[in-house]
Design a protein around this ligand. Sequence first.
Ligand SMILES: *Cc1c(COP(=O)(O)O)cnc(C)c1O
Length: 640
Amino acid sequence: MSTATEQTKEIYGIENWGAGYFGVNRKGNLIVISPDNDTQTADIKEIVDDLRKRGISTPVLLRFPQLLFGQIRKLQSAFKKSIKEFEYEGDHLCVYPMKVNQNRAVVEEYLREGSRYNFGLEAGSKAELYAALGLEQSKDSLLVLNGFKDREFVKLAFAGAAAGKNVVIVIEKLSELTHTFSLLEETTKDNSDIRLPMLGVRVKLYSKGSGKWEKSGGEAAKFGLTTTEILDVIRQLQDAGRVDMLKLLHFHIGSQLTDIKRIKNAMKEAARTYAKIRQMGIDIEYLDVGGGMAVDYDGSRTSFESSANYNAREFANDVIYVIKMVCDDENVPHPTIIQESGRYLSAYHAILVTNVQDEIETVVEDLTPMEVDIDDPQVVKELADLRESINSKNYREYYHDALEHREELFTMFNLGLISLEDRGKGEVLFWDICERADQFAQQKKYVSEEFDDLRRLMCAKYLANFSVFRSMPDNWALEQLFPIIPIHKLNKKPTEYATLCDITCDSDGIVDKFVDLHDVKTVLELHKLTPGEPYYIAMMLVGAYQEVMGNNHNLFGVPHEAHIHIGDDGHIIKKVVYGATLSDSVAVARYDAVQLHDHFRRAIMQRIKNGSLSTKEGNQLIEFYENQADSYTYLAPNGS
Ligand SMILES: *Cc1c(COP(=O)(O)O)cnc(C)c1O
């Protein structure tokens, strides 16, 4: 491995956030490493080139089901080890929360691997349940239902149970119990042997999570029953002679839980609640500890929002240990632990690759030194002096002077005292001073904040062919960080500092925060663009939430998708799913392509009639317009 490659690996932090799944090969390309066998790798650049030959251009979402399997096994084996180590007498099962990524490809692949360990599903809405009921789960896996439920939802749950699934209706509100009683009566009226769902209750814990989703836990949380409400549910079930249906106790204190201490506290409180209910003679079998296992997006292993200060082993150890201690102390059996981790399982498997379309021109780019004349205004001359004599000792002071002079330049221009040429000359001098000041500043051991800001102001702006709103919505909405890395040229040191602009017409459509081991970077190191040569970057770890939360801003539709298998001889493209076309995208806003075509055609016919277009020209225009219906919503990459 060349030293340049080692350096770029460090710059982008691959080994910090990559969980062992990513690397760089001899060609300097980003690779995905099979979790089963680290000699099997897939070269992302080669995949993108292959796809391009098949007419699939960037942006394209690459799915690696093997990484999903890898995460499933990591989690499963972590719990298995802890169970053994602490002599825990219960089992551990997962249910995949569909809301994290409901795509059929993801859920089916999850079930394929997860079924080996009896991993099931979690649905939080009628639509998710409707989908889940049509999927094949292993016989002993659970189907846990969270979220607010109307009678229809509960009825669907009963239908699932009757069809043989191990359905658990988690009561989030007392009205759901009323629906349950009514459906119990309805379903058992003619058939007393019919299979019934199990029930669970979601508890509102006093303990809170940490990080962005802190609000999901604690007394003011949106979900869950208070202690008195739980006792009420139990009493009502006892009165109806149905308390044996109550099998699960659930809590979920939020997503991306960054701090293991908080998790432990919640675990203690929940385990105590379980034990006390158990002591009332109610045979709760399952303690559902919710989701929330965090992904270390920036690789810093801290309690920072985009990180986590624990790994799967520590998480499993803490969960198992705390629950065992409490249960032993209270003298109740160890429950089977249900875990609803979604982000942790699915984040790694998807990568969005796109091309940098262009660089957005800024003033800073072309700083051709200008001659200063005797009759130039004083302010321009002073800027020229500063530029001449700035050095590593005075750069800070001179930079401040330059800021003042620039202010003066604009004031004079607004008062009509200087010409447009003078203003232009002054601006170029100003940015030239900034660039020099920046170079001096960056040579120092500690770079003060004002020069970091300056760097961001001066850095290149790369136009990336994607929509932040569609493909990385949490970056826009929550400032969540995702690692971003070129997929090639990683054996060459990047020489540019850049931020990314997407292709939406929204000034929020930018990425200007990047992962860093110690801080958050405001600029990303990237390579200089070579005209006529594509430059590809990858947004990593986007498999959880991003795809399904992405929206249609500016009518950019879902990107193309390719499913990749990593084998002995590199990658195999197993499946290609085409992204949204223009007609797909307008349909989202309730347009009908046929109607649009009709109107366009009519307008052209009118022009032909009044002689301003020939019939041939008119037909060509109509054909061109109608053909656009099938084209991709993103930009055609340069040089294609
Ligand atoms: C969202 C959600 C999850 C999944 O959380 P992750 O952070 O993705 O693990 C699990 N359970 C419930 C009830 C949820 O609402």
